[in-house]
Unconditional design. Structure first.
Length: 147
């Protein structure tokens, strides 16, 4: 059993794994006194209780001695992932568009403009998931294969 310390922070939750060398000469409570600010709620838990999926690590929050995922923050993180994927797709379409302009192909220009608009609109897609797994299952088709 490997213990870790979890505690609330201004931005979410901190997870501290005491170094094995430290624990040879100190207790885990000694570690608590060094890493957890006075008055801040904390809990010592088995490492197996820490969420294994770190996709939404920045949405973790300390709640009554456990780690929970703030679903609104997780949805925002997931849409940021879409933005990352969208960026390279838009750059590729920009090149195609310029080639269509150079060749005077107005049909191709309109087709590419529609694809670009669909990519811009992707973050308007509603994510209705109520768990991290459900949130990750939402992947707009316009972004291609899930990454």
């Amino acid at each position: 059993m490997e213990n870790v310390i979890i505690h609330k922070t201004d931005s979410g939750v901190a997870v501290t794994t005491p170094a094995s060398e430290f624990l040879k000469t100190h207790t885990i409570n000694d570690c608590v006194s060094r890493v957890v600010p006075t008055g801040v709620p904390f809990k010592i838990v088995d490492k197996s209780q820490i969420l294994s999926d770190h996709t939404f690590r920045n949405a973790w929050e300390y709640n009554d001695g456990s780690i929970v995922v703030n679903l609104d923050k997780a949805k925002a993180i997931w849409k940021d992932k879409w933005r990352e994927v969208r960026h390279s797709l838009l750059a590729s379409l920009d090149i195609e568009f310029m080639k269509a302009v150079e060749s005077g192909d107005s049909v191709k220009q309109a087709e590419i403009a529609a694809k670009k608009q669909a990519l811009r609109d992707v973050t308007n897609t509603e994510i209705s998931g109520n768990s991290p797994e459900e949130i990750k299952s939402v992947w707009p088709e316009v972004l291609g294969e899930k990454q």
